[in-house]
Design a protein around this ligand. Structure first.
Ligand SMILES: C[S@@+](CC[C@H](N)C(=O)[O-])C[C@H]1O[C@@H](n2cnc3c(N)ncnc32)[C@H](O)[C@@H]1O
Length: 354
């Protein structure tokens, strides 16, 4: 026999979770054709959700998805509401939703010459091991970034978040001990996605506790994060994203930003050495930094220099294998370096946790 109370509870959970999925899809700019509204949801429920949780949501007012994305989303939402309204009596589509959509299509006139998608805020939700509660929404933390919507913008690939960052973040969330009590140095940090997740893990599990860093040599005040990149525009954007008040990283006491070119490991070793001494990192991170064979030798030389420091215990590099030859070249070069023992794990995947 099924207990009615249990059944009701499960139904509410499923409804809430379906709507939360739509919220997370909207915030991450998922194309509306990939979003579905479960058939068991009624017009009034869906409309109430679109209105209160998306249109009137204070976070999205302050950090909105691009107007281009919003136009697509609200067109889709209105079409779905129109279909659903045919099944219900109390079926008026709220004027606020129409008005919002009209304001977006009016803006197209001003936007016409803008053939490239503009930068957009994007909010990723992640299930944090530090969050507890009976309500699903209490289990998530967010990372909000101002991101480019193109693969290459201003001659760099660093102005958007790449999937390797999502995969590496997921791994670190599941193994928070790796970074919570460590000083972390990130190579090619881009606009800060991974830095924000690491900062949150340190704030939850490291900095808030009286802890001695694992190697026991660092004063706790030095525990922190060094974010490095070649490109100063990328590093500036990284810094402003990290400091967005909605990101937990904004209250992290020790995040440093440094320009670093991996070619320094070959031609300007003193620069690299002084950065490594200053950072005193326990662990090195890098996401999607193995993509060009010309960068492999300087990157491997940078990793070798970093891992030759007595206190630096490991480097975790997540990459997308776009070209087997580049990947094999990277493994071969790491294997040839006396300071490196490479262990490849091709299981690390991003499974839409974000
Ligand atoms: C594909 S993006 C990855 C960004 C970020 N880690 C992510 O996963 O979203 C590659 C990054 O490496 C940086 N980069 C490229 N060449 C570099 C070099 N020689 N030295 C340091 N950083 C470099 C770029 O500026 C860019 O931010």
């Amino acid at each position: 026999m099924v207990e009615p109370g249990v059944l009701t509870c499960r139904t509410i959970d499923t409804r809430t979770s379906s709507l939360s999925n739509i919220l997370r899809a909207y915030s991450a700019l998922v194309p509306p054709r990939q979003i579905s509204i479960p058939p068991f949801l009624a017009f009034s429920e869906v409309q109430g959700f679109f209105l209160n949780s998306i249109l009137l949501n204070g976070h999205f007012k302050r950090y909105p998805p691009s107007q281009k994305y919003q136009r697509k989303f609200w067109k889709w939402a209105l079409e779905r509401l129109e279909v659903l309204s045919q099944n219900e009596e109390d079926n008026e589509i709220d004027e606020l939703i129409y008005q919002h959509y009209l304001s977006l299509i009016r803006l197209v006139w001003y936007d016409r010459n803008d053939s490239l998608p503009s930068d957009s805020y994007i909010t990723y939700y992640w299930k944090s091991p530090a969050m507890h509660g009976s309500d699903e929404s209490q289990l998530y933390e967010t990372v909000t970034l101002l991101e480019s919507q193109t693969t290459v913008a201003a001659s760099t690939t660093g102005l958007r978040t790449w999937r390797s960052s999502l995969a590496l973040a997921q791994y670190l969330i599941e193994h928070a001990g790796l970074v919570a009590h460590s000083t972390v140095l990130e190579l090619g940090s881009g606009i800060g996605f991974l830095g924000i997740v690491v900062a949150s893990l340190q704030l939850h599990f490291g900095l808030t506790r009286t802890c001695t860093p694992t190697n026991g040599t660092l004063p706790p005040g030095k525990l922190g994060i060094f974010l490095t990149d070649l490109n100063s525009c990328v590093l500036d954007r990284c810094q402003s994203n990290i400091k967005l008040p909605c990101n937990r990283s904004s209250v992290h006491p020790n995040i440093q930003y440094r320009l670093l070119d991996w070619f320094d490991a070959i031609s300007a070793q003193e620069n690299l050495k002084s950065l490594l001494v200053e950072a005193h990192a326990d662990i090195i991170l890098g996401a999607d930094i193995v993509f060009d064979p010309a960068l492999v030798p300087p990157l491997v030389a940078t990793l070798s220099a970093a891992l030759s420091q007595a206190h630096t215990r490991m480097a975790l590099i997540a990459l997308t294998i776009r070209n087997e030859v580049t990947f094999d070249y990277f493994l071969k070069e790491t294997g040839a370096s006396p300071a490196l023992t490479a262990r490849a794990n091709t299981e690390l995947q991003h499974d839409d946790h974000f």
